[in-house]
Design a protein around this ligand. Structure first.
Ligand code: G1P
Ligand code: ZN
Length: 542
């Protein structure tokens, strides 16, 4: 029985974002999730009888919204739904399932690295048939639809038992509850040299993987411990919890502090890694050596040929604009393309589909490849393990050798979270107004060589995306980028990305914040930052 339920638009929807991310109490309003899901379905054409993949990162509200999504998929005419057991699917695993099953698309329920729980964040994202986040064309249409929506369709049926694998029917639609890990693990076995990694673990190599009580727990237990033979204590915090144990499942130096401190201590293992709420981000730390995501991208690109799935070499590298230029020099040496895209994984989709890029990365701890259309935390960890297994050097040795060969990009991001949205916008606006007069001026000892507001023309479909961040370049390859986050759920988040190139890094490290001190001062001078947003210091430094 299909019910048509009357509804009214909500006034808090935004255009152009790849999903809906809000606090749980907002999502719990009557018809709220339903409105978004129906707005998505109303913008799609030709899905009748086709497959929809549904799953999430296990956070609070996951199961409830999955039941709604299944019943709405049935009422709207999908032929089959694939849903992860217990409602679990990591974002990269969902992307893989969409591709493997030639599904029409998928609904991924997550708020990524944001905290979960009754008063924390929840989200829904629609992915298209290539497995990647819906492009702006689709998300803008969904937004437009959400502004006028007046009804949704839902099957009047009992809940599906998500805790048991198997097939059932809901009206005319088939519901398959599947193992969330199996297909993804099989893909990883194709891409990486599991024998070599097993030998590495047999030789006494030890690692820890912090799943942060989030979705990668079951994946990491199966792949790293069961299949690769790492000792059973390797995976920490491996059971997904609806509130992630009260933590932010964000694998950075703030929220994965315990792992970082452990890896810097005497007890450190050879390798430490973590992933975020929905499993697409990664943190990689060697014994005594944190690897910045920008460096990780460059090292992975330079060594990818050591993994069976990439043995014929990579076609190109894509990085988001604020990501450091470390990967650019790898691309140059390999003689392959390098693409600089706006922030957000959806911009990599076309480059991957057109086989112009194989490896992609963002400074925000996202790395991935053409194997799926999302960034992939465990993939990055396994890629590192494959490299370590073949090269039999430590993480620190590999990174230092990389710097000797290519030079080093000192890199840091300063985030000012929850600032007044008007003040943050005014700061960006004021920089934008002064772009033409900046080149040639001095900021302390640094000379500005160029300044712009990043805009991107997609080389595949020609679409243009404007206003993606203010870039200020200085002599010698240093730069500061100012950008407002698009993913925060309260106030505005101002991100300042700082980068300095050191062609000959030598033997002695300079502490990153010290290496960037001139640029930190320049950012203050250029914007009168502290006064402008009424903050003394960044909320988070990564
Ligand atoms: C942040 C990251 C960006 C990433 C996105 C989704 O977006 O900076 O690289 O793609 O989360 O994980 P932002 O909040 O900066 O808009
Ligand atoms: Zn994520």
């Amino acid at each position: 029985m299909i019910k048509t339920v009357k509804t009214k638009p909500f006034d808090d929807q935004k255009p152009g974002t790849s999903g809906l991310r809000k606090k749980v109490p907002v999502f719990r309003q009557e018809n709220y999730a339903e409105n978004f899901i129906q707005s998505v379905f109303d913008c799609l054409e030709g899905f009748e009888g086709k497959t929809l993949v549904i799953g999430g990162d296990g956070r609070f509200l996951n199961r409830e919204v999955i039941q709604i999504a299944i019943k709405m998929a049935a009422a709207n005419g999908f032929g089959r739904v694939l849903v992860g057991e217990c409602g679990i699917l990591s974002t990269p695993a969902a992307s893989h399932l969409i591709r493997k099953n030639a599904a029409f698309g998928g609904l991924v329920l997550s708020a990524s690295h944001n905290p979960g729980g009754p008063n924390e964040d929840f989200g829904i994202k629609y992915n298209i048939g290539n497995g990647g986040p819906a492009p702006e064309k689709v998300t803008n249409a969904v937004f437009a639809r959400s502004q006028v929506i007046d009804r949704y369709l839902i099957a009047d049926a009992p809940d599906v038992d998500l805790d048991k694998q198997g097939k059932s029917k809901l009206g005319d639609m088939v519901v398959e509850v599947i193992d969330p890990v199996a297909d993804y693990a099989a893909l990883m076995e194709e891409l990486f040299d599991f024998d070599a990694i097993r030998e590495l673990f047999k030789s006494g190599f030890k690692m820890v993987f912090d799943a942060m009580y989030a979705v990668t727990g079951p994946y990491a237990h199966e792949i790293i411990e069961e299949r690769l033979g790492a000792i059973p204590v390797t995976v920490r915090n491996g059971v997904p919890l609806p509130d992630f144990g009260g933590h932010h499942p964000d694998p950075n130096l703030v929220h994965a502090r315990d792992l970082y401190e452990f890896m810097m201590s005497h007890e450190a293992t050879d390798f430490g890694a973590a992933s975020d709420g929905d499993g697409d981000r990664n943190l990689v730390i060697g014994r005594g050596m944190f690897v910045t995501p920008s460096d990780s991208l460059a090292v992975i690109a330079a060594n990818a040929h050591l993994a069976p799935g990439y043995k014929d070499g990579i076609k190109g590298i894509a990085r988001s604009m604020p990501t450091s230029a470390a990967a650019d020099r790898v691309a140059e040496k390999l003689g392959i393309g390098i693409y600089e895209t706006p922030t957000g994984w959806k911009f990599f989709g076309n480059l991957l589909d057109a086989e112009m890029a194989t490896i992609c990365g963002e400074e925000s701890a996202g790395t991935g490849s053409s194997h799926v259309r999302e960034k992939d935390g465990l993939w990055a960890v396994l890629m590192w393990l494959n490299i370590l297994a073949v090269r039999r050097q430590s993480v620190a040795e590999i990174v230092r050798e990389h710097w000797r060969e290519y030079g080093r990009n000192y890199y840091s991001r300063h985030d000012y979270e929850g600032v007044d949205a008007k003040a943050a916008e005014a700061l960006i606006e004021s920089l934008r107004d002064r772009l033409a007069e900046l080149p040639g001026t001095e900021c302390g000892d640094l000379m500005i060589t160029s300044a712009d507001d990043f805009s991107y023309i997609d080389p595949v479909d020609g679409s243009t995306t404007r206003n993606q961040g203010i870039r200020i370049n200085f002599e010698g390859g240093a730069r500061v980028v100012f950008r407002l986050s698009g993913t925060g759920t309260s106030g505005a988040t101002l991100r300042i990305y700082l980068e300095r190139f050191e062609p000959d890094p030598g033997q002695h490290d300079i502490e990153t914040q010290d290496a960037l001190a001139d640029l930190i001062d320049a950012a203050e001078m250029l914007t009168d930052l502290r006064a402008c947003i009424d903050r003394d210091a960044p909320s988070v430094i990564t």
